[in-house]
Design a protein around this ligand. Structure first.
Ligand SMILES: [Fe+2]
Length: 180
């Protein structure tokens, strides 16, 4: 289940209802899928063949289509990152810059963990959403954010798009943002 850390105060928010209520106020969509639907051998695998990626998409087909129907996504795919990913360090450096998109950024985590760092309302400031398998999040369009891995450095997620071009990152240079 996702947990929140508010960066300015180090306050943590946990428990599905509390997390959902907080993210609702920040206009961030949060839902949950059952990660145990995935065959056991795929629940802890981070280097995937095309067949395995298709198996994950098949497993969550009903959930994906339901989300797509409600929110207008037209295409989806699987992204997998781990220490086996070529140039992972460089990729993470690129990821870890605050940016915006002209469409929302949706991720459904199917294995591993990851963090979205998001610029919240003025009274909250930046907060981390720590995600694990089963967590589904959508960062609204034009909301400054970035994504990074957690200490296990492994994740598999479904990405959904309205238009893939809408997902281009626009840097958001914010002097108020502090890394740690
Ligand atoms: Fe992004």
């Amino acid at each position: 289940m996702a947990e929140i850390r508010i960066r300015n105060t180090n306050e943590r928010i946990s428990g599905e209802e509390n997390v959902k209520a907080f993210l609702d106020r920040q206009e961030v969509l949060y839902e949950h899928w059952n990660p145990d639907k995935l065959p056991a051998e795929l629940q802890n695998k981070f280097v995937l063949t095309d067949d395995e990626k298709n198996k994950i998409l098949e497993t969550f087909d009903a959930e994906i289509r339901d989300l797509a129907k409600r929110r207008g996504y037209k295409t989806w795919d699987i992204v997998a990152l781990s220490d086996a990913t070529p140039n992972l360090e460089e990729l993470l450096k690129k990821f870890e810059q605050v940016h915006t998109h002209t469409e929302d950024e949706v991720r459904a985590i199917t294995a591993g963990k990851g963090i979205f760092v998001i610029k919240g309302s003025d009274d909250v400031g930046y907060f981390d959403v720590e995600l694990e398998a089963g967590d589904v999040i959508s960062v609204p369009e034009n909301k400054p954010h970035f994504f990074t891995l957690m200490e296990n450095r492994q994740i598999v997620a479904v990405r959904l798009f309205i238009e893939t071009e809408g997902w281009i990152a626009h840097p958001f240079d914010d002097p108020a943002f502090q890394k740690a």
